[in-house]
Design a protein around this ligand. Structure first.
Ligand code: WTA
Length: 653
């Protein structure tokens, strides 16, 4: 695809879209220029979208210098995030729906929770947490299905100054235990079970497996969702519905500092175990609210649906904090796109008259594969805008989304961002930019992207260039540290390219100066829009008694974007077999969770290593991609014949 072609294929916004938009082309240009020329002035003004208890005087105090990295925004201001998401709306929109909840089974009743009801529910949850001894700065792990209580729990923590760490309900007991341990949580909030796609995950059982024996000081607060039988850890477990009856539905919000942590969210990196990304209160909220309003062109009265799970950052910023800070109506969906059938997303859009819909390319590809009839049966006339996030979207899926779902009239915002960035970093804006299928396109306000030469680290100027993507300066939604390990924070993001935030992604700037994300340049793979560290899967595999060594790489996968390809060397005396393959697959699922399930396991009598013992992943990636012509120089390998064996057995994997 040449740059000329891509700009010819651009989709300009219609006059209607431009007329309604918060930001048109001229405004984008002038606002962007102002945000770069005078960040202090720009963000001082934008921060007024949040209610401060004590106004800040200092906008920012930032240093990206290795050894001295610190990031502070609005640091002497105070606020309460939950009060911003709830209380300040009560006078004007107390009876407006804050959350529409759509259950897994379409035959069950959807809920419409008003801002007033949200207030009372969040206060109750906050008081229950207090009664369990949770206070400012304490950590609470939330391991819940996509039910309103997940939002109540997050906001209840914010209200009392506790720090939440949401763990995706698809993670295994081991992964949950590691996260409870990692942040030294006082309480875990869970449910009896999690219905999803017509099947139930026994969440409380998972919690029991995670906590029994090792965590006798951790209380578990259990929300009743399915009514199934659950095993109790004696006095350590409390039913939420019982505790909620004993407390008041009023709980004054704590006055928090702008830089007090709001949440920890574990995410995968290229080395070691997942790290706890820390976001703080003031800057994060300003950034989540601003991006939700501007990127999606949200207006009062719109129904906004982000189909992510609250276990991921997308759910934090665009189901809970961003929309609620803006007084929006946000839709929360418990189920999956294909249950009861592949029309579910579109049925939900019709039923609740959704105006903005935000999902992941993997879901679009999966639904595209089911055929257009599943879309055509639903009335999608309420839709005004579509969004995607999580991985590069291929033009074919983009075009299908645009034509079949959006009927050619909904701008598509392809939003590039990360758990670390708190909110959108690059995206076209619906009323300002002619979109190009597959391009994240333009930096958001205040974001200064640079393309660097990966080898020299030099800034690559001009257009029609490619390299690694770094951000030159801070923005309010930036993560502040890795929980308990600031040195790891500095090393991961600020050591490779001095003075910049390194994203871990590669990118291209086309002839028009628009950005295209080309994917991770580190050992992180992107499976169905979920980040997975290859090191994590490797350490799960080698923890199995029959495995001597393992190397894991990503390979192209039609639906998932990338699949997980594992090269496994067995212990002496172990015989490869299909049964063992299944055993290892199940093992990884139980160590991490179903999302880490290996797609391919290839038996490898040896792995390609340099003479110093370093595994040559480049070669393993090429073999996994079936690209044997481009293996490059194998002469530095300790034993080059290993490669021949791997190629020969590629087909059998
Ligand atoms: C990838 C999700 C291309 C990227 C919000 C990034 C994307 C990682 C896009 C972060 C996009 C996210 N186009 N790639 N629009 N959005 N990515 O932390 O590789 O789960 O580094 O945050 O997803 O994933 P995370």
């Amino acid at each position: 695809m040449t740059d000329q072609l891509t700009s010819m294929a651009a989709h300009a916004p219609s006059d209607d879209v431009i007329a309604k938009a918060h930001v048109d082309a001229a405004k984008y240009d002038s606002m962007y220029a102002a945000s770069i020329a005078d960040p202090d002035g720009f963000w001082r003004e934008q921060a007024q979208r949040v209610d401060w208890i004590k106004p800040f005087t200092q906008v920012r105090d930032v240093d990206f210098t290795l050894g001295n990295v610190h990031i502070n925004w609005f640091a002497d201001g105070t606020l309460n995030v939950a009060a911003n998401c709830i209380d300040r709306h009560l006078a004007t929109r107390g009876d407006q729906t804050a959350i529409i909840w759509e259950p897994d089974d379409p035959k069950d009743e959807a809920l419409h929770i008003t801002y007033r009801q949200l207030h009372s529910n969040v206060c109750r949850m906050a008081n229950v947490l207090k009664s369990l001894g949770v206070g400012r700065g304490d950590r609470v792990v939330i391991y819940l299905p996509m039910i309103p209580e997940a939002a109540y729990a997050m906001l209840a923590c914010a209200r009392i100054g506790a720090i939440h760490s949401v763990v995706f309900a698809g993670f295994s007991p081991d992964a949950l235990g590691a996260r409870v341990n990692g942040c030294d949580a006082k309480v875990v909030i869970t449910a009896d079970g999690a219905p999803r796609g017509g099947r139930v995950t026994n969440l409380k059982d998972n919690v029991n497996k995670a906590l029994l024996n090792d965590f006798d000081d951790v209380t578990c607060l259990v929300v009743r969702r399915t009514g199934q039988q659950v095993a109790w850890r004696g006095d350590l477990d409390v039913w939420y519905h019982e505790a909620a009856e004993t407390v008041s539905d009023d709980c004054p919000p704590e006055e928090m500092n702008a830089e007090d942590p709001l949440f920890i969210l574990y995410t995968s990196g290229s080395t070691g175990q997942p790290k706890g990304v820390v976001h703080t209160s003031g800057g994060y909220l300003v950034y989540a609210a601003m991006t939700q309003q501007i990127t999606f062109d949200y207006h009062d009265g719109d129904i906004f649906w982000c189909s992510a799970d609250v276990g991921w950052v997308t759910g934090h910023s665009y189901i809970v904090y961003g929309p609620l800070a803006n007084g929006a109506t946000t839709l929360m969906f418990e189920g999956v796109p294909t249950y009861p059938d592949a029309s579910r997303f579109w049925q939900v859009c019709e039923k609740h008259k959704v105006n903005q819909f935000y999902t992941a390319p993997t879901a679009i590809r999966a639904l595209m594969g089911q055929g257009n009839s599943f879309v055509e049966g639903s009335d999608l006339s309420s839709l005004r805008l579509l969004g995607t996030v999580g991985e590069p979207i291929n033009p074919e899926a983009w075009n299908w989304y645009n034509e079949v779902v959006g009927k050619g009239k909904c701008p598509i915002v392809d939003t590039w961002w990360q758990t670390e960035t708190g909110g959108h970093m690059m995206t076209p804006l619906p009323g300002a930019h002619a979109t190009k299928p597959g391009a994240a396109q333009k930096p958001f306000f205040g974001v200064k992207p640079l393309v660097l030469d990966p080898a020299s680290g030099a800034v690559v100027e001009g257009n029609g260039v490619e390299g690694v993507l770094v951000i030159a300066d801070s923005w309010p939604g930036q993560m502040r540290t890795v929980w308990g390990d600031h040195a790891r924070f500095e090393k991961t993001y600020f050591a490779d390219y001095k003075g910049y935030y390194f994203s871990g992604d590669g990118c291209r700037r086309d002839a028009d100066g628009d950005y295209w994300i080309t994917g991770r340049v580190d050992d992180v793979i992107n499976v169905s829009g979920h980040r997975m560290g290859t090191a994590e899967v490797e350490s799960a595999l080698v923890a199995h008694e029959k495995v001597a060594e393992a190397a894991v790489v990503g390979f192209p996968h039609d639906i998932k974007g990338q699949g997980i390809y594992c090269y496994v060397t067995l212990m002496n005396g172990q015989e490869p077999s299909d049964e063992l393959r299944t055993e290892l697959r199940n093992w990884v699922r139980s160590e991490i969770g179903p999302i880490a399930s290996p797609d391919v396991i290839q038996w490898a009598p040896g792995l390609p290593k340099t003479r110093s013992g370093k595994i040559m992943r480049r070669i393993l990636r090429k073999i996994a991609e079936n690209d044997f012509g481009a293996l490059g120089d194998t002469s530095t390998l300790a034993d080059p014949s290993v490669v021949d064996d791997l190629i020969e057995n590629r087909a059998k994997a």
